[in-house]
Ligand binder design. Sequence first.
Ligand SMILES: Nc1ncnc2c1ncn2[C@@H]1O[C@H](COP(=O)(O)OP(=O)(O)O)[C@@H](O)[C@H]1O
Ligand SMILES: [Mg+2]
Length: 260
Amino acid sequence: MLEAPPDGPPALHVENVDVTYGRALSALRSVSLTVPSGAVVALLGANGAGKTTLLRAVSGTLRLHRGAITAGRIRYGETVLDGRDPVAAVRAGVVQVPEGRRVFAGLSVDENLRSGGLGLGRRGRAQVQEARERVFALFPRLAERTHQAAGLLSGGEQQMLAIGRSLMAAPRLLLLDEPSLGLAPRMVDRIAEVIREINAQGTAVLLVEQNAGMALSLADHAHVLEVGETRLSGPAGELARTDAVRRLYLGESAEDQGAA
Ligand SMILES: Nc1ncnc2c1ncn2[C@@H]1O[C@H](COP(=O)(O)OP(=O)(O)O)[C@@H](O)[C@H]1O
Ligand SMILES: [Mg+2]
């Protein structure tokens, strides 16, 4: 495995990727996208479009869901990620926060966080401590609740814990799957702020969202998936102005657009 170039973390390249589940179900067809070093890229699309599938393909977790990459290539810098396992992705610096904020409900906040660095092999105490401090600086609420069972946290706090746990692996690229789903508007704003801050600290983000307004406000670039294929791609600001995105994903009616 080659080291990252001295000029910074690498870019993610997804090239013409096909994914199928089981024998027959085609979930992605010839999907390509790039997440440049340090960028925020949004992946939008309706339920079932294939957004989660793409994240699984990148993070090496597809096989756990009986899925397989049947064509194409996924590279993070010089590291080939397709056909690898989740540990290989985490070691390369690519970490996924799964949808549905899956935390270990019976474990404490602290135990959940500690589970986030596993799989990385031996790490110095100082490194782990540094990662913890970064998490607590981002999420002071978690610092106040280190001994509380994760299952007793609010939905928003659980999402923060899920993100915090992934940060324990010190990712250079974070794959976020619908972090705003089911949260109250105020909490959605808070999550958006946190994503901005994580990115400002140098971590690139591939952000899957159904909340297109939130995602496009954060992203440099965006892609819209439609039943397994890329329908639109471009700079986030440009996509936010296209009729299709405004109508389908920003909740505007045709009349709104006529009036605008
Ligand atoms: N584990 C699985 N086994 C079989 N089909 C799946 C599995 N996961 C997802 N799919 C199917 O793949 C397609 C894309 O799903 P998904 O990636 O979850 O979409 P999204 O995240 O955009 O809602 C859907 O048709 C879905 O039913
Ligand atoms: Mg999904």
